[in-house]
Design a binder for this molecule. Structure first.
Ligand SMILES: Nc1ncnc2c1ncn2[C@@H]1O[C@H](COP(=O)(O)OP(=O)(O)O)[C@@H](O)[C@H]1O
Ligand SMILES: *[C@@H]1O[C@H](CO)[C@@H](O)[C@H](O)[C@H]1NC(C)=O
Ligand SMILES: *[C@@H]1O[C@H](CO)[C@@H](O)[C@H](O)[C@H]1NC(C)=O
Ligand SMILES: [Mg+2]
Length: 336
């Protein structure tokens, strides 16, 4: 970017000299040349022009909190807690000119409840190309770090990637999916980047964002949601304080959580634990309607009901929550 900007100035200077040379002869050319030169010398306008064609990392760029809020409220169903915490975490972090550490979010909940979905929305609001952006990186444990024998290689690789990408763009976003299947050794490799250091080897990680996704704690979250339901209380009345302590302790004590003994929790490196509630029948229906709308088809309530009724629900006695959340909605819709 800097090199490109300087190049722009060089060209502009060249144009200005040309202007002087032709000034006596052709007023028209002079006008055009001056216009071009002034457009190019203005560093900001040049940068804007450049960023219109190539993706730029603009770390000073503000987050449009109201746009994010609108999008979450419109697209994310049944997750009032996640919506609230994510908004608070991101606006707080992006409004802070001097964060003391990178932002670390840990998203927990049953499969198909919207963790990947939300990460995608968040990514798009930070870098407009979303998951396709050069500044957003998605790692899936089972895909990128599958072999236990190669932990050492993964550690080195991952540290190099994080260092390289944050050097290139301070506001890089890293998403780790399936944390519960990630070897603790790999998590240990990320730890130094998440801490309160001003710099690590000359690179500051304080503007970066790390998002961890896992199913760990999903059973505890479901239990609390179920308790509320059985007590006849509203889902929307579940508050963060009902969940947060159980969540971090529960996750920590679960050997299969991936965060277990990785030192991420005992050193308080996670800023926010974000619970995703299990989805009910009515939420599944909302997902089906959203999918139909996205496909451009008219919403046929008969089909919506039929697809929703094909899903399986638990617990056995009451059948309240969808086993797979909204996960298989898309493929099921193909059959109707
Ligand atoms: N709470 C939700 N609101 C709206 N759509 C959802 C929600 N949960 C899941 N979906 C839909 O189901 C798909 C799969 O969910 P996903 O985010 O991958 O679940 P997971 O929590 O396992 O990461 C998403 O792409 C989205 O279309
Ligand atoms: C933020 O988003 C809202 C809603 O999408 C939009 O109306 C507004 O113009 C945006 N603000 C900025 C500064 O881009
Ligand atoms: C950035 O991360 C990607 C993986 O998402 C990696 O392939 C790439 O080499 C990294 N870039 C640098 C400069 O390290
Ligand atoms: Mg997932």
């Amino acid at each position: 970017m800097w090199r490109a900007a300087r190049l722009g100035r060089g060209v502009a200077l060249g144009l200005l000299l040309t202007v002087h040379a032709v000034a006596a002869f052709e007023p028209m050319t002079v006008g055009i040349a001056i216009g071009a030169a002034s457009a190019l010398t203005g560093y900001l306008s040049y940068k804007d022009l450049y960023c219109r064609f190539a993706e730029c990392c603009r770390e000073e760029q503000r987050l449009n909190a109201s746009a994010l809020k609108l999008e979450l409220e419109k697209k994310l169903f049944g997750q009032h807690l996640a919506t609230e915490v994510i908004l608070k975490a991101l606006t707080g972090f992006k409004n802070n000119k001097n964060p003391k550490k990178p932002l670390t979010l840990s998203l927990h909940g049953w499969a198909g409840t919207g963790k990947n979905f939300v990460s995608q929305i968040v990514a798009e609001n930070l870098h407009s190309k979303g998951l396709k952006s050069n500044f957003v990186h998605l790692f899936v444990s089972t895909l990128h770090f599958p072999h236990e024998q190669q932990i050492k290689l993964y550690q080195d690789q991952l540290q190099g990637w994080i260092r390289g990408n944050v050097s290139a763009c301070a506001s890089s976003v890293f998403i780790f999916d399936e944390m519960d299947k990630l070897h603790p050794g790999v998590i240990d490799a990320i730890k130094p980047f998440l801490d309160y250091y001003e710099q690590v080897d000359g690179v500051s990680y304080r503007k970066a964002i790390f998002i961890f996704l896992s199913n760990a704690g999903g059973d505890l979250i479901t239990k609390i949601a179920l308790d509320f339901w059985r007590a006849g209380r509203k889902r929307e009345d579940i508050q963060l304080k009902d969940l947060e302590p159980v969540l971090s302790v529960g996750v920590f004590n679960n050997k299969h959580s991936g965060l277990w003994h990785s030192g991420l929790i005992d050193r308080n490196l996670i800023d926010y634990f974000i619970p995703f509630l299990p989805l009910e029948y009515r939420h599944v229906k909302m997902c089906i309607r959203a999918e139909m709308r996205a496909r451009g088809s008219v919403i046929d309530e008969d089909i919506v009901t039929r697809v929703a009724e094909e899903m399986t629900f638990f617990p056995k006695s009451e059948k309240i929550y969808s086993d797979k959340g909204c996960k298989t909605v898309q493929s099921r819709l193909d059959f109707h």
